[in-house]
Design a protein around this ligand. Structure first.
Ligand code: SF4
Length: 280
């Protein structure tokens, strides 16, 4: 009894002090990790930003071409460190030659490689496509599993790819896709102070309504491509930027069109800003 009483009075650990939930989030018990607990004001800000992005980019959707779930899985594996355009240029011939997962499973990586040579890292990707499709056939009867853990067990599949497939093929909101655009905008717009995509994803999952997690990444990617590019962005001249990103205010003050480095503290104009990143 005495031992129990002592444990009960123990000071909260670092995770609890950061306001993170238990081993799984009470609101989403099937998500096996903790989510931060942003303030109502930050959630409200996120909802308003989402509405602005919805209005600006009603056409925002996945930019990879696919017609069957395994095609999106393959296309997403191929898109790692490559442009969607380069993947879309290569996949029609690949899928015409190897239409089903079983065809890609039977093909050797050397037979797949000529179809994807225009895409970066093609040797590794040929192996990943072959092995992931072989696993699909062996373990799932040739169907793409609708389950995060099963997807993560496939070669070449990490959370980003699994989120793309689950969200776009099956409407399953298991997480938020964090690619280079989403990571950059999340930081610049004060949605996350992290660089690690896994931490950015958790911040976004905590801030935005779950039913919009898949759409959110499309919307941020569209804004990233259209306006907030890694270089030569248009700070100060865009209505969404002026409202939601402190970089725009600063750029307007400076009289220039270039953002300061993305590591600068992202101060939202109307809501409490997240803590600034620690110096490297
Ligand atoms: S203001 Fe600049 S940094 Fe901020 S989202 Fe717009 S283009 Fe990107």
């Amino acid at each position: 009894m005495a031992k129990r009483a002592k444990r009960a009075t123990r000071a909260p650990g670092p995770a609890a002090r950061r306001g993170e939930a238990g081993p799984s989030d009470p609101a989403h018990p099937e998500i096996p990790f903790k989510l931060p607990r942003p303030s109502p004001a930050r959630r409200e800000r996120a909802r308003a930003l989402l509405a602005a992005l919805d209005a600006r980019y009603p056409e925002a959707t996945c930019r990879l071409d696919w017609s069957r779930p395994h095609e999106l899985l393959v296309a997403t594996i191929l898109s790692a460190q490559a442009t969607d355009e380069s993947v879309n240029a290569a996949t029609p011939a690949l899928f015409a030659r190897f239409p089903a997962p079983a065809d890609l499973a039977r093909a050797t990586p050397d037979e797949i490689a000529p179809y994807i040579r225009t895409i970066g890292l093609w040797r590794n990707k040929a192996r990943a496509v072959h092995e992931s499709m072989a696993a699909l056939v062996e373990r799932h009867g040739g169907d793409v599993p609708r389950d995060m853990d099963a997807l993560l067990a496939l070669r070449g599949v990490a959370r980003k790819t699994a989120n793309v497939v689950l969200g776009n093929c099956f409407g399953i909101q298991a997480g938020v896709v964090v690619d280079t655009h989403v990571g950059r905008l999340a930081k610049r717009m004060g949605l996350s102070r992290h660089d690690d995509p896994a931490k950015v994803e958790r911040d976004l999952m905590a801030l935005f309504p779950r039913e919009r997690w898949c759409d959110l990444s499309h919307l941020l990617i569209f804004h990233g491509r259209a306006v907030c590019r890694a270089r030569g962005n248009t700070c100060g001249s865009d209505a969404i930027c002026r409202t939601w990103c402190s970089e725009a205010t600063q750029a307007a003050r400076d009289g220039g069109a270039t953002a300061r480095p993305a590591t600068r503290r992202p101060r939202g104009p109307r809501t409490p800003a997240p803590r600034p990143p620690r110096p490297a």
